[in-house]
Design a protein around this ligand. Structure first.
Ligand SMILES: Nc1nc2c(c(=O)[nH]1)N[C@H]1C(S)=C(S)[C@@H](COP(=O)(O)OP(=O)(O)OC[C@H]3O[C@@H](n4cnc5c(=O)[nH]c(N)nc54)[C@H](O)[C@@H]3O)O[C@H]1N2
Ligand SMILES: Nc1nc2c(c(=O)[nH]1)N[C@H]1C(S)=C(S)[C@@H](COP(=O)(O)OP(=O)(O)OC[C@H]3O[C@@H](n4cnc5c(=O)[nH]c(N)nc54)[C@H](O)[C@@H]3O)O[C@H]1N2
Ligand code: SF4
Ligand SMILES: [Mo]
Length: 755
């Protein structure tokens, strides 16, 4: 009976943070009535946090899109059909390229934190146009870290927190942000075990810090001083594993020499911390059998993001906690069939702003400047997919101005976002519960997990999944054949025939290798029970299984009948909607994953050693006119980036309140629930205040992910909460990576209503 069928629990994953915890959803009449953890999910084993209950706010938001839209000259939108949309968007992209060159085009996004299946197809579209300008939110947070990782390891480390005796969380609050699988369970386990030690460095006494053995409540922006002092204490007190450094690394003597020069007391004083507490933390780390570090935005969205990354990694390296259980190790993923982010070490520059490209990415902080200029290579057309830069990048007004002046803005989204409102064309995608999607940002070691989520509800009519959108656009450009009958026939014969045919075909047509996603989509994809989107996993599985055969087999994946491990892996992924463990590494594997030919960790990065030596002379950033330091974008229970727009999601923090210390509030004569204007050099927002002594006096925090224009019951747009990026500016950023200093925004407060 349809009614009964309607009430099934369906398997998927939560889309509110990168963890993508497995869930089961009770769907009734298209609504998500209940959610529970999926115990069959080998990554999360039934774990969820409270946010998973609110997935209906994402799925059934009032501004979901269900038809392609085209902007009229008066600024309003008209619905158009897909053929028209594809034809016109393709033609306008090609026209811009022909008139001004491929550098006039920029691509932004191509998958978000929890949706990765469209990414390869987005890259194909970019290649079809020969466009290199590529922006992504990763380049407003993690490029400093990625660059350091590339120099040191040629790969990306992952903390084995589960097995560590001492865990050092620097600038992250996994209680709310996730970031580590089954975060709350893992935190509680460390807290309970008296033999294990948790250290937290955070200017706020967060939920995580409350659970810690040692909370280093440092002043905002002083992480480099703290981490350098801790490294120096390890050296001074002979807690360094010299045998490890000798055998496994290069360049350690240079770092050791630089750390010997660190004025420990002076640096600790700059952090506003007590020396004995920092010494205790350094010893807890250095004396542990197995220790690891875990970092996030508190060290990245702040002063010295790259140096912070370098010093943090130095802590686990100096103590020999790399390539072993409970330490840090290098992760792999079929989605990046190698270690780390490819090419994060290679650098080119934008001709317009001179900005360095890191790991193939340009930083969102530079895009308005790339548009608002007379430079002949300026950006004139932007194609956005799964990002909402008007809200998420620094300087919302600059984005609105720049995007409003473009010759062409195309946005692929599921909802009418603030960026979509400025577009010439809006292309609607199904939600992540209406199509196949991939969870691939989890980054665990030694077990690597991948979940191909199956749709749990029908897509809204009028939407097309991203792979289909991008493939249709490339087809419309006519740059490569749109049909591959020989390969399609081979695919229908079976995997063995397809594999041979595909390798043969690509050998004969190397020019089509960059279009591989499109080729597999149109051939193998047509034979899959899932439809064509997941076809891209096939070549990725082939590569991954060839490179990590032992680890894949250790995960219980056995070669297919004709002896191919990649096919077996692909089939396992396709047929396990709760996800599969795709590989099980040994800790020793880490050494094979080190990207340098000598398989050693390179510890002396000249730029970082230079920055470390400069640190002492660097003046403090103090602005008398703007005496507070605002963390502009805190993770709370009521935000999930820009993924969920519905105010019903804001159960615990309806206003997106400004956190302030009671002493500061008293000085301003505002009480709980009072209203203030928060003013930075760039702009001002109004906010409701909430008092908390978890912050240091002089330090404030606002959440990101508020301030959307969202339709009320009558369809009128209402704005809820502060738009935090009205306070931030593109220039207030790390000079090398252009990562914004969002955790260090100098502001002043003006009282509006005392309450
Ligand atoms: N609920 C929820 N979870 C999320 C997200 C979300 O929007 N909502 N977003 C996801 C995304 S995109 C990301 S990148 C992660 C980020 O995850 P986190 O980085 O863990 O999240 P934040 O709360 O932004 O920042 C972490 C901590 O940095 C501290 N901090 C501020 N200034 C400094 C400083 O100068 N030094 C140090 N050491 N700490 C400082 C803050 O007090 C805060 O507790 O979260 C993911 N998870
Ligand atoms: N001031 C300040 N700014 C910040 C931050 C901060 O802490 N402070 N945090 C930053 C960080 S770390 C990050 S990662 C970014 C995140 O911000 P963004 O990079 O903009 O990305 P998301 O919030 O993940 O999602 C953006 C869009 O994806 C859409 N979407 C959801 N599902 C799908 C789908 O299946 N398909 C398509 N096509 N679209 C979909 C949503 O409707 C939304 O409009 O924000 C950054 N901005
Ligand atoms: S930890 Fe993240 S993915 Fe897991 S339930 Fe919470 S918000 Fe969702
Ligand atoms: Mo992020």
């Amino acid at each position: 009976m349809p009614e009964r069928q309607e009430k099934q629990w369906r398997t998927s994953a939560c889309v509110f943070c990168t963890l993508n915890c497995g869930v089961q959803i009770l769907v009734e009449g298209g609504r998500f009535k209940q959610t529970r953890g999926d115990k069959a999910n080998p990554h999360s084993l039934g774990y969820t946090c409270e946010k998973a209950r609110l997935l209906d706010c994402y799925q059934n938001g009032a501004d979901r899109l269900d038809t392609p839209l085209r902007r009229r000259p008066d600024g309003s939108f008209e619905a158009i059909d897909w053929n028209t949309a594809v034809r016109e968007v393709a033609a306008r992209l090609v026209d811009l390229r022909d008139a001004y060159g491929a550098h006039s085009l920029a691509f932004y996004g191509g998958g978000g934190q929890t949706n990765h299946l469209g990414g390869a197809y987005f890259a194909t579209l970019r290649r079809a146009l020969g466009a290199h300008n590529y922006y992504n939110s990763i380049a407003q947070e993690k490029t400093g870290d990625a660059w350091v990782n590339q120099q040191m390891f040629g790969g990306g480390p992952s903390a084995d927190i589960e097995h560590a005796d001492t865990v050092f969380f620097v600038g992250t609050n996994p209680w709310h942000s996730g970031g580590i699988p089954s975060a709350r369970t893992v935190l509680k386990a460390i807290q309970k075990d008296r033999k294990r030690c948790m250290i937290v460095a955070d200017p706020r006494r967060t939920e995580t810090a409350e659970m810690a053995d040692i909370h280093l409540q440092l002043r905002p922006g002083t992480d480099a001083y703290l981490l350098a002092a801790m490294g120096a204490i390890l050296v001074r007190d002979e807690l360094v594993d010299h045998a490890f450094l000798e055998q496994r690394t290069l360049g350690a003597p240079e770092l050791l020499a630089a750390l010997r020069e660190v004025p420990i007391e002076e640096f600790v004083a700059r952090c506003g911390l007590d020396l004995t507490l920092v010494e205790r933390a350094a010893h807890a780390f250095g004396e542990a059998e197995r220790a690891t570090t875990h970092v996030d935005l508190g060290t990245q969205h702040t002063l010295n993001p790259s140096l912070n990354a370098y010093l943090e990694k130095s802590l686990f390296l100096l103590t020999g906690n790399f390539g072993k259980e409970g330490g840090s190790n290098l992760r792999t993923s079929p989605m990046a069939a190698g270690g780390g982010r490819p090419g994060a070490g290679s650098l080119t520059r934008s001709a317009v702003t001179g900005q360095q490209v890191i790991g193939g990415l340009l930083p969102p902080n530079r895009l308005p400047a790339e548009i608002m200029t007379d430079h002949p290579h300026r950006t004139r057309g932007v194609f956005v997919d799964s990002h909402n830069p008007v809200m998420s990048a620094a300087d919302t007004p600059a984005y609105i101005e720049a995007f409003s002046s473009l010759d062409l803005l195309v946005v692929v989204d599921i909802a009418m976002s603030e960026t979509a409102r400025l577009a010439h064309y809006v292309l609607p995608a199904p939600s992540q519960f209406e199509k196949y999607e991939i969870s691939a940002f989890r980054g665990e070691f030694p077990e690597v997990n991948l979940q191909l989520r199956h749709p749990v509800v029908e897509p809204r009519p009028g939407t097309l999944p991203e792979p289909e959108i991008h493939v249709r656009l490339v087809d419309a450009m006519g740059v490569v054949p749109s049909e591959y009958p020989e390969l399609e026939r081979a695919a229908r014969k079976g995997r063995n025939a397809y594999r041979e045919a595909a390798f043969g075909f690509l050998g004969e047509h190397p020019e089509l290798v960059p279009y591989l996603p499109l080729v597999v989509y149109k051939t193998l994809g047509r034979t899959l029970p899932t439809g064509p989107g997941p076809a891209i996993l096939w070549p990725l599985c082939q590569q991954y299984a060839a490179r990590h055969a032992d680890a894949v087999e250790r995960a219980g994946i056995r070669p297919s009948e004709d002896g191919n491990l990649g096919d077996a892996l692909f089939d396992a992924i396709l047929s396990n909607p709760s996800g599969v463990i795709v590989s099980r590494h040994t800790y020793e594997d880490t050494w094979k994953l080190v990207g340098h030919d000598d398989r050693k960790v390179h510890m002396a990065i000249p730029e970082m050693l230079w920055e470390l030596r400069e640190l002492r002379a660097r003046p403090e950033v103090i602005d008398d006119e703007f005496p507070f330091i605002l963390a502009a974008g805190e993770r709370r229970t009521s935000n999930a980036n820009n993924v969920v727009r519905d105010p019903a999601f804001r159960v615990r923090d309806p206003d997106g309140a400004l956190r302030i210390h009671p002493e500061d509030a008293a000085r301003l004569s505002v009480g709980e629930g009072g209203r203030v204007r928060c003013v930075s050099r760039r702009g001002a927002v109004e906010a409701v205040v909430t008092l908390t002594d978890s912050l240091l006096p002089g330090v404030l925090a606002l959440p990101h992910g508020f301030g959307y224009d969202y339709p009320d019951a009558e369809g009128r747009l209402r704005r809820l909460g502060p738009r935090v990026n009205e306070l931030t500016s593109a220039g207030w950023c790390d000079p090398f990576t252009a990562i914004p200093y969002h955790k260090y925004v100098p502001v002043r407060l003006e009282r509006i209503e005392a309450r």
